[in-house]
Structure formats: structure tokens, C-alpha cells
Design a protein around this ligand. Structure first.
Ligand code: NAD
Ligand code: TDX
Length: 384
């Protein structure tokens, strides 16, 4: 087995793209808590999905800097990599919502494919081509060695397509078969990252993970949408029969998996990260409703509240076009090579998530704008 891996120095300088989004912000919190001496630079365009409020807990940390900008801006990225002596890029920035990719695929091609390519070009220029980069250990196309640089690309299990009920989970050798414009744009970006390693020796790793959940997830995604609709007594829109299956990964477990890949992962490799937690969408709705029902029954005002379960709000709506039936992850590679194991069970992770949303309703109001309300009205009201 090739044991060449990262040779990251004790104090690193990380560029986190998309760090004002859901997983990126959780990763920034995780990293500052665990490696407070590292430099952390967040580059984020603050699209509808990004918010500086997600970074409020760390904004006064001395090693932290936020840059409002686009990953497609080559000059900005090259200057940042040079000025900040960036040795590690953790690339989260992307358009990430499947439903939006069905209605407007262009932004997905632009940010996910062109944006990733812009970052790769800038990293190649600074780390492999410029004279100053020769002072650090480099990897070469012919002999990929250990390197003090790392481009880590965050991808998704959706690139592998859809599984039948009894198929084994996706492994790193499963053929790509993306079904939505979102998944296709992520697949395209994965291939570019791989090509920059194979062709130029850019030191990279990729992780393909399953559905994340936890604090700071935008309310357009299933779990926060269910929590907030329950609280407002609105219908819980479930596509088709609700029997589509996703593997659910608590976001902090994902952050820990990325940490392990950065520290111990082999260059040029892909690692699948999963939560070992397959659930149908109906099971997810029932879990959210059961937690909220329980909290309602414990409330001091419970006698004045309706005794009806939140699950009575469940409404089947017309199915998502090209809706993948099942995702499942075979995480044996990251488990055996890097000792990865998710810490959170679905029950504990969901409980923490629901409580976080209840404690942060102001955050929710903040990220939900006029545009969001129109989006929901347009997309989640057609009867099934
Ligand atoms: P998100 O939509 O919550 O956040 C994306 C962030 O990227 C936002 O802050 C946005 O402003 C920023 N961004 C978008 N385009 C940009 C651009 N051109 N330049 C700079 N910043 C830009 O997404 P997320 O759920 O946190 O996902 C993060 C990454 O993880 C994505 O690459 C996604 O494909 C991948 N992923 C997500 C999940 C999941 O369940 N959420 C699962 C697997 C993989
Ligand atoms: O209102 C809804 N009703 C519904 O039935 C929404 C928002 C979703 N769903 C279904 C569709 C999926 O089967 O719930 C499941 C989860 O949906 P999303 O939260 O939209 O996630 P998904 O499409 O599975 O994609 C997510 O996981 C993989 C992320 O958004 C991607 O970025 C990631 O790559």
C-alpha cells in the first residue's frame, strides 16, 4: 500500500472555500476548536446559502479572516494563496441544492465546475509552478510523494447515482452515474481534481460523503425545513411515497472524517464518508415529529397546546424529477485505513439538531428572506 500522505507542518494556513455555508462553517468551528494556532482564511461569495452569522462564534479568533469573494475570481484566489501562505485548501464552496439545480442548472456548472477549476489552476500556479514553491516539498506527476500542500475536495455520494434496495453501498470504485444537474456538476469537479493530480501532480484528496445534518443547515434542506414547518403548523412536503432512502451523517462526524483525511489520507485517493445510518424520508419525518411532540408534552404550557402529533402535517407532493431512490455508503476504506467511525447515532444527532434550531430561531429568520419564501411557494406545494 502506498503510505505517502500529508506532511502538513504543526501550524498550517488553511483556505476554507464556502466556509460561510452549512458544512464549511461547522468545519471552521471544528478546526479552530481543535487547532487554535492555525491560520484560517474563509473565502465565500455569500450566496443565498451563505451567511456571516454562521461564523459569528469565531469572528474574533486571532487566526481567523473572512474574505467576501468568488472562487471563480482567479486573481483574487492566487493573491490569497500567496499573501496568506496557504498550504491547505479545503474546498466546500458549491451550489448544493438538488431542487435548485433542476430549475436553474447554469449556476451549478459555473460555481461547481468552473469555480473548482479556477481553484485548481491557482493552486497549481502557486504550489507547483512558481519559483518560491520549490522551497517546499512538492509532489510530481511522475512520482507523487508526500507533500506539504494539500487540495482537499468535498464531494458527494450523489455522483454514484441511485441504488436498488438490496445493492451494496457505494464504494470508492463504484462507477459514476450522476442523475441530477447538481450531481453531474459535482462529478465534473471530481474529475478535474483527479486530473490535476494525475497530470500535474497537484497533491489532492477527495471525500464523497452522504447527507449531512446538524446546526447551521439552510432551511431549504429536508431536516430544517421539517422542523420549521412543524413549528409554524405548515404542511410537511414529502416527495412521492416518501420511501426514498438517504444515509444520514451528523456534520461534526463529517468534519472529523475530513480532519483524518487531511492528516493521514493518501495523496490522490478518494475516501467515502458515511453515517452508517440509512433512513427512508418517512422515517426522518417521523423522527423529527416524535422529538417535537415529546418536547411539546414537556412544555409548561402543554395543556394549552394541541394534542395532535406534528406528523398529521405530513403531505405527499409530486415527486422530484430524476429522484434517486437510495443512497448508501460503504465506508470500509476510511474505517480500515484511517480508523474513522461516526460518533453520533441518528437519535442523538437528531435530538441535538432539533434543539439547536429551537434555540436559534432568530438565525433562521435571518437566513430566510423574501427569495426563500417564493422558492418554497413555487416548489413544495403541488399535490402528489
Ligand atoms: P451550502 O449550500 O450550505 O454552502 C455553500 C457555500 O458556498 C455558501 O456559503 C455559498 O455562499 C458558497 N458559495 C457558493 N458558490 C460560491 C462561489 N462561486 N464562490 C465562493 N463561495 C461560493 O452547502 P453545504 O451543504 O455546506 O455543502 C458544502 C459542500 O459539501 C458542497 O460542495 C456540497 O456539494 C458538499 N456536500 C454536501 C452535502 C450535504 O448534505 N449538505 C452532502 C455531500 C456533499
Ligand atoms: O421538502 C422536501 N421534501 C422531500 O421529500 C425536501 C427539501 C426534500 N425531500 C426529500 C428529497 C430527498 O430524498 O428528502 C431527501 C433529502 O433531500 P435534500 O435535503 O434536498 O437532500 P438531497 O437531495 O438528498 O441532497 C443532499 O445530500 C447530498 C444535499 O443537498 C447535497 O448537497 C448533498 O450532496
Amino acid at each position: 500500500m502506498n503510505t505517502q500522505s500529508s506532511d502538513l507542518s504543526p501550524h498550517n494556513s488553511l483556505l476554507i472555500t464556502g466556509g460561510a455555508g452549512f458544512i464549511g462553517a461547522n468545519f471552521v468551528h471544528y478546526w479552530i476548536k481543535n487547532y487554535p494556532d492555525d491560520r484560517i482564511v474563509v473565502l465565500d461569495a455569500l450566496t443565498y446559502a451563505g451567511s456571516k452569522a454562521n461564523l459569528a462564534p469565531v469572528e474574533s479568533h486571532p487566526g481567523f479572516r473572512f474574505v467576501h469573494g468568488d472562487i471563480r475570481d482567479y486573481d483574487l484566489v492566487v493573491n490569497l494563496l500567496g499573501d496568506e501562505h496557504i498550504d491547505t485548501i479545503v474546498h466546500f464552496a458549491a451550489e448544493s441544492h438538488v431542487d435548485r439545480s433542476i430549475h436553474g442548472p447554469d449556476a451549478f456548472v459555473d460555481s461547481n465546475i468552473i469555480g473548482t477549476h479556477t481553484l485548481l489552476k491557482a493552486a497549481k500556479t502557486l504550489w507547483l509552478d512558481s519559483p518560491s514553491s520549490t522551497s517546499r516539498t512538492k509532489s510530481s506527476a511522475l512520482s507523487p510523494q508526500s507533500s506539504s500542500y494539500r487540495f482537499h475536495h468535498i464531494s458527494t455520494d450523489e455522483v454514484y447515482g441511485s441504488l436498488g434496495l438490496n445493492d451494496p453501498g457505494f464504494s470508492e470504485t463504484t462507477a459514476y452515474a450522476p442523475n441530477s444537474p447538481y450531481a453531474a456538476s459535482k462529478a465534473g469537479s471530481d474529475f478535474l481534481v483527479r486530473a490535476y493530480y494525475k497530470t500535474y501532480g497537484l497533491p489532492m484528496t477527495i471525500s464523497n460523503c452522504s447527507n449531512n445534518y446538524g446546526p447551521y443547515q439552510h432551511p431549504e434542506k429536508l431536516i430544517p425545513l421539517l422542523i420549521l414547518n412543524c413549528l409554524e403548523g405548515k404542511p410537511l412536503p414529502i416527495y412521492g411515497d416518501g420511501l426514498n432512502i438517504r444515509d444520514w451523517l451528523y456534520v461534526e462526524d463529517h468534519c472529523q472524517g475530513i480532519d483524518m483525511i487531511l492528516k493521514k489520507g493518501r495523496l490522490g485517493e478518494t475516501y467515502n464518508v458515511g453515517g452508517n445510518c440509512e433512513k427512508t424520508n418517512l422515517e426522518v419525518v417521523n423522527t423529527v415529529c416524535a422529538i417535537l411532540d415529546k418536547l411539546k408534552s414537556l412544555s409548561p404550557q402543554s395543556s394549552a397546546l394541541s394534542t395532535q402529533s406534528y406528523s398529521s402535517l405530513l403531505t405527499h407532493i409530486k415527486d422530484r424529477p430524476g429522484h434517486d431512490r437510495r443512497y448508501a455508503i460503504d465506508a470500509s476504506k476510511i474505517t480500515s485505513e484511517l480508523d474513522y467511525a461516526p460518533q453520533e447515532s441518528f437519535e442523538t444527532g437528531m435530538r441535538k439538531t432539533v434543539e439547536w434550531y429551537l434555540d436559534n430561531l432568530d438565525w433562521c429568520k435571518n437566513v430566510i428572506g423574501e427569495e426563500y419564501n417564493k422558492w418554497i411557494e413555487q416548489n413544495y406545494t403541488q399535490a402528489g
